[in-house]
Design a protein around this ligand. Structure first.
Ligand SMILES: Nc1nc2c(c(=O)[nH]1)N[C@H]1C(S)=C(S)[C@@H](COP(=O)(O)OP(=O)(O)OC[C@H]3O[C@@H](n4cnc5c(=O)[nH]c(N)nc54)[C@H](O)[C@@H]3O)O[C@H]1N2
Ligand SMILES: Nc1nc2c(c(=O)[nH]1)N[C@H]1C(S)=C(S)[C@@H](COP(=O)(O)OP(=O)(O)OC[C@H]3O[C@@H](n4cnc5c(=O)[nH]c(N)nc54)[C@H](O)[C@@H]3O)O[C@H]1N2
Ligand code: SF4
Ligand SMILES: [Mo]
Length: 730
């Protein structure tokens, strides 16, 4: 890869990574901007898919070879800078582990024996098997698991064919409980990107949200600016995160006790009258019943429960309450920790309501969008069967999106009807879903498993057919019509050709649609036709858009201060301190605290999170990011390590309460974590040998996640419910 100039990249990004990601983006950006451009260079704007922040970038191609990817200054998500993963998108294009052509399984499922196939052969195979499932069971028996922006036309094709069981891990394994908690309280979820006005805030409270390790670009940039402005930051985390190192107050809570803290904070502020009375009087529903319900949750009690001193709990509350309404209690993003997460998220929402921060400058603004005309597409067929994915609120009354784990349950139980096929697009279910043993058992029952992937992930290893997708730098996708301080629209367009016989997902969808007899669902020649129609029909210039990559929407009021009139789409039309809907469905109308089970003797709770230079399990094989961080380690409190005779950088295996053993992983003995838990970055320990770069490097947090609780309100599954002990290497 001479065109990559790896040596320079590595020196720069090594330093950036050492700065824990915060200063890193800027340094990287500057260094790249200063690099001399030799040879013929063309630049093309497109938006990033290395994670789901979808930053606008500009790709540089030198002498026909992809050279670098940097921020597009016109784009609100990047503001001209990319994070280390975005910069390393170049590595995804050049990755030698990529799947190069369609593959059809020849040996036993999971044994990784394949024959190379032409696209015609592979698509005909899929269409024939799908047709058989439809004939025998109906199209509802073919489920779709999907994640990422490239899913748009795959999902459209599947819905046009009659599929109704569709889910991604971004709901039940990520932000679902948060959006339900906020929906029940304010009548609106938070969505992505989160409308946190960190730029104008006077105080930021982070509960778990580890900004700076969790690298959502523009949010982290605003966070860095807030730190420069000396905005007080309060971090609640059992681990001394990067964010905690920038905080005025760090509350090292015992894992799983956040609801106790939140209830005690609210009781304190209500009792002492330190809340936004005007907001609560005008907009609150059931406030008196709420206040009576939380009366018993005192600060002293919370100190016992959380392990944080009463003085610290109180000082933090007085601090953030004094800045109201320009105070943000960050809603978080991956909130699926303990299986009671919708209620904990509701407590976070209620605390924001007490601060009067909803729709306020420096609080949570109401994101603006923009209108882009649709391309006329035929309507989807209607099914008279219920959803097997929990999405129609029968099993989980407040679920408003498909639930991955419910589709898996239905596959295992044949209830409410058999699920015979899975189409998996851009999600590595073996790492992302809890209890991989159940995922395997479900796969065993399938007549068809199609996996559309870029690299040989674990899930691809079990496929009957693998369809190799392009990376985002090699394809068009649907328009991104985003929400934020103003709406915006972003373009994804090909920058370089796919290196082998990979095809873009929209093309795969269109070709498969034709073979399934539903070709009319994608009535356009190519994406230029589709996208330019939408753009021009909306009154914008297609050629300009291709050059700039971004169109900004009109200014709209997003806070009370800029002229926004508040309204709440709840049954009472108000902010529901007491939830009528929860009461009617038989749930607690005000969140209650329920303690978590203690760790078994000799065990530690396993908690997890992100590293700034990797995304989930998707980037470990990227040569540039692999060089920065080839594996993860397990954080253990120094005192615990000493007691157990473990030395810093020793290798251990983790054994969970169900006897599942991890791959070997190095000990990071540190005082930056409580003694009752251990921490690992999620996404490592890849088990597919075809993923040569990442195979068996580090340990898989997902693999140890065999015990999980399911949120009774909306079906999300917990990730921090597992306990581990250590097995020393002989
Ligand atoms: N670099 C990078 N950035 C990413 C991603 C990525 O893969 N890589 N993924 C993106 C996505 S999709 C998501 S959902 C977000 C996730 O990022 P966030 O929403 O910020 O975080 P979580 O993963 O929920 O939380 C991890 C933090 O919670 C702490 N924690 C663990 N248990 C507890 C507890 O009981 N109480 C409290 N208060 N804290 C606890 C951990 O120590 C850790 O610091 O990150 C996004 N940003
Ligand atoms: N134990 C544990 N489990 C978790 C989490 C955790 O912290 N710990 N986090 C949860 C969260 S917050 C989330 S959002 C989910 C994420 O879950 P997933 O979305 O499953 O995340 P990835 O591991 O990135 O898997 C994405 C797969 O898509 C492939 N891919 C990447 N780009 C493309 C592309 O352009 N086209 C195609 N076709 N494929 C592509 C990658 O190679 C990768 O195998 O995981 C959840 N599960
Ligand atoms: S935050 Fe980083 S990885 Fe995510 S879209 Fe932006 S540049 Fe890409
Ligand atoms: Mo997520």
């Amino acid at each position: 890869m001479p065109q990559l100039n790896r040596r320079r990249f590595l020196t720069l990004s090594g330093a950036a990574a050492a700065a824990a990601g915060l200063a890193g983006t800027a340094d990287l950006h500057k260094a790249f901007a200063a690099a001399p451009a030799e040879g013929q260079v063309t630049t093309t704007p497109t938006f990033c898919e290395m994670c789901f922040w979808r930053c606008g970038g500009i790709a540089h191609v030198r002498d026909g070879k992809l050279w670098k990817f940097e921020g597009n200054p016109l784009d609100p998500q990047s503001q001209g800078r990319l994070c280390p993963r975005g910069t390393a998108a170049v590595g995804a294009h050049y990755d030698s582990d990529r799947i190069r052509q369609p593959l059809i399984r020849v040996g036993e499922r999971g044994k990784e024996q394949w024959k190379a196939a032409s696209w015609d052969e592979a698509l005909a195979f899929v269409a024939e098997r799908m047709g058989k499932i439809k004939a025998e069971h109906g199209p509802e028996s073919m489920a779709l698991f999907n994640h990422g922006f490239g899913q748009r036309f795959i999902q459209h094709m599947m819905k046009s064919w009659g599929a109704i069981n569709i889910a991604g891990p971004s709901y039940a394994q990520c932000r679902g409980a948060r959006d339900v908690g906020f929906q029940l309280t304010f009548g609106a979820g938070v969505g992505s990107p989160e409308p946190t006005d960190i730029r104008d805030t006077d105080c930021l409270v982070l509960i778990g949200s580890h900004l700076g390790e969790n690298m959502h670009n523009s949010q982290v940039q605003e966070f860095a600016q807030a730190i420069e402005r000396r905005v007080p930051v309060i971090v609640v985390d059992p681990r001394f995160s990067v964010a905690a190192s920038k905080a005025k107050y760090w509350l090292p809570v015992k894992p799983g006790t956040d609801t106790a803290l939140l209830l005690a904070w609210m009781n304190l502020l209500v009792t002492e009258g330190r809340y936004d009375r005007a907001f609560v009087e005008q907009w609150g529903h059931g406030f008196d019943k709420f206040a009576a319900e939380i009366k018993g949750y005192t600060v002293d009690w919370a100190a016992e429960e959380t392990g944080v001193s009463a003085a610290l709990i109180r000082a933090a509350a007085l601090e953030f309450a004094s800045h109201r309404p320009a105070t943000i209690i960050h809603p978080g993003r991956r909130v699926n920790w303990y299986g009671d997460d919708a209620q904990r998220s509701r407590a976070v929402a209620l605390l924001n309501a007490l601060m009067g921060s909803w729709g306020r400058k420096g609080g949570l603004f109401i994101a603006a969008g923009m209108k882009i005309a649709p391309f006329p597409l035929p309507a989807y067929p209607k099914s008279d069967k219920p959803h097997a994915d929990g999405a129609d609120g029968v099993q989980y009354p407040f679920a408003d999106e498909g639930i991955t784990t419910s589709i898996r349950d239905a596959t295992l139980s044949d209830k409410p009807y058999p699920i015979k096929g899975w189409f998996v697009y851009s999600t590595n279910l073996m790492q992302a879903l809890p209890d991989p043993r159940q995922t395997l058992a479900a796969i065993d029952k399938l007549d068809l498993l199609v996996v559309c992937e870029t690299v040989p992930s674990e899930i691809a290893g079990y496929a009957d057919v693998i369809l190799p997708d392009t990376t985002f730098l090699e394809r068009h996708d649907e328009l991104l019509v985003g929400y934020g301080r103003t709406g915006w629209t972003s373009l994804r367009q090909p920058v370089v050709a796919a290196p082998h016989d990979q095809k873009p997902s929209w093309w795969i969808a269109q070709q498969l649609a034709q073979r399934l007899g539903i070709g009319a669902c994608m009535p356009f020649k190519d994406m230029e036709e589709y996208l330019s129609y939408r753009i021009e029909k909306s009154g914008h210039n297609w050629q300009d858009f291709k050059k700039q990559g971004v169109i900004m929407g009109p200014k709209q009021p997003i806070t009370v201060e800029t002229g926004l009139a508040l309204s709440f789409d709840t049954p009472s039309g108000k902010v529901e301190f007491w939830s009528e809907r929860l009461a009617q469905a038989g749930f607690d109308p005000v969140p209650k605290y329920k303690p978590q089970e203690p760790a078994p003797e000799g065990h530690f709770r396993l908690i997890t999170g992100r590293a700034p230079v990797h995304t989930f399990s998707r980037t470990q094989t990227n040569p540039l990011l692999h060089d920065l961080m080839p594996d993860n380690d397990v954080w253990i409190n120094t005192a615990t390590a000493t007691r157990l005779g473990l030395k810093h950088r020793d290798y251990v295996q983790l054994k969970n309460q169900d006897g599942v053993l991890s791959n070997r992983v190095r000990v990071k003995a540190t005082q930056r974590i409580r003694e009752d838990c251990v921490y690992m970055v999620y996404g490592f320990g890849h088990a597919n040998p075809a993923l040569k770069t990442a195979y068996l490097k580090g340990a898989s947090a997902g693999g140890l996640n065999t015990r999980y609780a399911t949120d009774p309100l909306m079906g999300s599954t917990s990730i921090h419910s597992n306990f581990v002990s250590f097995v020393k290497e002989a």
